[in-house]
Design a protein around this ligand. Structure first.
Ligand code: ADP
Ligand code: MG
Length: 678
């Protein structure tokens, strides 16, 4: 900022004492393969503020080359060029662009308006790069449009205007920043005589108001409008004469520092985004859409697949809680026939309460222990009969181990067991099926052929009737709980049956589940004299194994999505490269109006960023949509998490930047002169 201020104040103080343009021994050589074109040779030229100068010469004599050099769009091969006392070769691109933006207004033979912008926006273009607010810009542009007689055409596009009208817009555009110098390269070359006269009239008016006007022409008649005619032939100045015309103002006159308080020189973000949207994305909608596909697929795949795996994981976790999180279970293997006999010969009672007592005493870190045995029976209450009910004989701290509690009355306790009491706690569904009414506690029901008193009703819990690993999860809502001793005494039928179905130890932490399960396995194996009639089951371990396989699956998804994103990125790069080539002229025009390399870089980078970001957003929607579809069709649970969505957004932005940076760099480094020539 301070640099720009000092630059500008320098400009005004020096302009009063120095010539506005000072060129010494300047030459410009173009290398065309083996050939060398000397477009300008040893030019020496001084122009003072307020002059009206025509640069005349035949085609190919170097007029345009000289004008581009004066306008700081090109750099000389050798020699000095001072603009307002500032040696141009000492300034960087941003300083030069700012100088061009504030002090020079260009008018070209081919008008060079931007086709996507209307009259007002074209007029105000330079002020966009000065960083002014849109409202201010528009009012300035409106005033200028009125001045050039296009006040009623402000929303027309260039294609809707005649050549003369377009050139008037170009003149208004050159005036908008109130520059000191107007550079016009064959401004009437494409116009009829009548319109030409009108344009020349406008340039005269500008000169009268104090501007330095430099007019390039090959036409002698047009040159006669100026007060001074410099003739170029073959890149050399061959004559420099004053005409009979005289400008009303001279050196320094009319130069006053204007208030330029709102010109920051930084392109505003809203302008940048608007520019990228209009000239990039929306100018070629189908193309932008197709370019986004890679990103859309990549992001959608990640979102949908993680939602499905995450949903599955949460589902399993929920099931796990039903069994008990940190539990280790010793289970009777449901052996049949010969192998059952063989094992029972070694260890007659299967998994027993003695095993449980031993484990409770010898394993560290046990929080609670319970054991159970399940049989099926028919139950009755009055005339209501319900068949095929799980009767669970429980021992120990079943409520806390299974995390399943009584909501009415109480659960079976140790005293019941000691007293051999024929009491039961019933699942809520059983209570309903037996029509026990609102107060089941205290009522007597028949289990098998024995009467039992209901002491409690269990809570209603959502049990998903399914399997985790190989252990099925029973619907406890439809179970009846009795003391284990009672079950054994009254319901014992099969002499080879195991005393218990399972012992469940709830550990205090999940830190050493695997180690302890191994120890338990070892102990029980010894207690069973080596019989292979039991299995150790660690639900959490099973879950982790299941997730391990899913992790492999996740890696595959990430790889597929990554490839898709890279392909998407390459698509963006491809389109942006085509864009840069296609829009070379636009880039040239913008540079002439004061855009710095950095401005152009930002414009194209924001374009690719927006393509990627929109792609990412659509991918997000597509991912959520397909996730929900999978849920609907296959009944799989899905869970969407914010972090993955945030990551997806960041990744698509990163892709946009990574693959947009090279095309944007190319755009920024396009030679503005070459861009304007064709
Ligand atoms: P004028 O505007 O007087 O018609 P120019 O300044 O356009 O002339 O060109 C002067 C000479 O320099 C011509 O011979 C032209 O072919 C050559 N020239 C201009 N620009 C380039 C370039 N970018 N590369 C090669 N030669 C160029
Ligand atoms: Mg030319």
């Amino acid at each position: 900022m301070s640099q720009s201020n000092s630059l500008e104040s320098d400009f005004y103080t020096k302009a009063m004492t120095h010539p506005i343009i000072e060129i010494k021994h300047l030459s410009r050589i173009f290398q065309m393969g083996q050939y060398q074109v000397d477009a300008l040779r040893d030019i020496n030229l001084t122009i003072h503020a307020g002059e009206f100068v025509a640069i005349k010469g035949p085609s190919g004599s170097g007029k345009s080359t000289l004008m581009y050099l004066i306008g700081c769009l090109d750099t000389p091969s050798s020699g000095e060029y001072r603009l307002c006392g500032q040696e141009i070769s000492q300034l960087d691109d941003q300083e030069i662009s700012r100088l061009r933006n504030r002090q020079i207004g260009f008018v070209f033979q081919q008008f060079c308006l931007l086709s996507e912008l209307d009259v007002l926006e074209n007029t105000a273009l330079g002020m966009t790069y000065a960083g002014t607010k849109q409202s201010w810009r528009r009012s300035q542009a409106q005033e200028l449009a009125n001045q050039v007689g296009l006040g009623n055409r402000i929303d027309h596009r260039p294609s809707q205007l005649s050549g003369g009208q377009q050139q008037r817009v170009a003149i208004a555009r050159a005036m908008v920043g109130q520059p000191q110098i107007i550079l016009a390269d064959e401004p009437t070359g494409n116009l009829d005589t009548h319109t030409s006269d009108e344009i020349m009239e406008r340039l005269h008016k500008l000169n009268t108001s104090g501007k330095t006007v430099i007019l390039v022409t090959h036409d002698h008649k047009v040159a006669e409008h100026a007060e001074r005619i410099i003739t170029l032939v073959d890149g050399r100045v061959v004559s420099d004469k004053r005409t009979t015309r005289e400008s009303p103002l001279h050196d320094g006159a009319g130069i006053e520092p204007e208030t330029r308080h709102n010109m920051t020189g930084n392109l505003r973000n809203d302008d940048l985004i608007k520019m990228a949207l209009r000239e990039g994305l929306l100018a070629h909608k189908l193309r932008s859409m197709l370019t986004m596909l890679g990103i859309i697929f990549g992001i959608a795949a990640v979102i949908a697949m993680t939602a499905i795996t995450e949903g599955g994981k949460q589902h399993q976790l929920k099931q796990l809680r039903q069994i008990g999180m940190n539990n280790i279970q010793v289970r009777d293997l449901d052996l049949q026939a010969a192998s059952l006999l063989r094992q029972r010969r070694i260890n007659p009672r299967g998994v027993t309460l003695d095993d449980m007592q031993y484990l409770r005493q010898h394993i560290n870190g046990v929080g609670a222990v319970a054991a159970w045995k399940v049989l099926t029976a028919e139950i009755r209450y009055g005339s209501t009969v319900v068949g095929d009910v799980d009767v669970v004989g429980v021992h120990g701290e079943f409520e806390s181990v299974a995390n399943y509690h009584a909501v009415q009355g109480r659960f079976i306790d140790t005293i019941d067991e000691q007293r051999f009491a024929r009491v039961c706690a019933i699942g809520p569904e059983i209570s309903d099926e037996l029509n026990l009414g609102v107060e089941p506690v205290g009522k007597a029901i028949i289990i098998g052929d024995q009467p039992f008193v209901v002491v409690g009703v269990m809570q209603s819990k959502l049990f998903t009737d399914s399997k985790i690993a190989d252990i099925s999860i029973a619907n406890r809502n439809r179970q009846i709980f009795v003391p284990h001793r009672v079950l054994r005494f009254f319901f014992r039928k099969d002499e080879y049956a195991s005393e218990l179905d399972a012992i469940s130890l709830r550990m205090q932490s999940d830190a050493e589940l695997v180690g302890q399960s191994k120890l338990i396995n070892h102990i029980v194996s010894q207690l069973h004299l080596g019989a292979e009639d039991f299995g150790i089951f660690v639900p959490l371990e099973k879950l982790m194994q299941a997730q391990q396989t899913k992790r492999v699956f996740n890696v595959i998804i990430v790889v597929i999505a990554g490839i898709s994103l890279i392909v998407g990125g390459i698509g963006i790069m491809n389109i942006m490269l085509a864009n840069v080539t296609e829009r070379t002229r636009e880039i040239g025009i913008r540079r002439a109006m004061g855009a710095s390399r950095r401005h152009v870089l930002h414009q194209f980078l924001v374009e690719s960023l927006l393509i990627a970001l929109f792609g990412g957003f659509l991918g997000l929607l597509a991912g959520i949509g397909s996730g929900l579809l999978v849920q609907q069709i296959f009944g799989l649970r899905v869970a969407f998490g914010w972090p993955i969505m945030a990551i997806a957004t960041l990744v698509s932005m990163a892709v946009g930047i990574a693959f947009g940076i090279y095309p944007a760099w190319l755009a920024a480094n396009k030679n503005p002169v070459e861009a304007l020539r064709n």
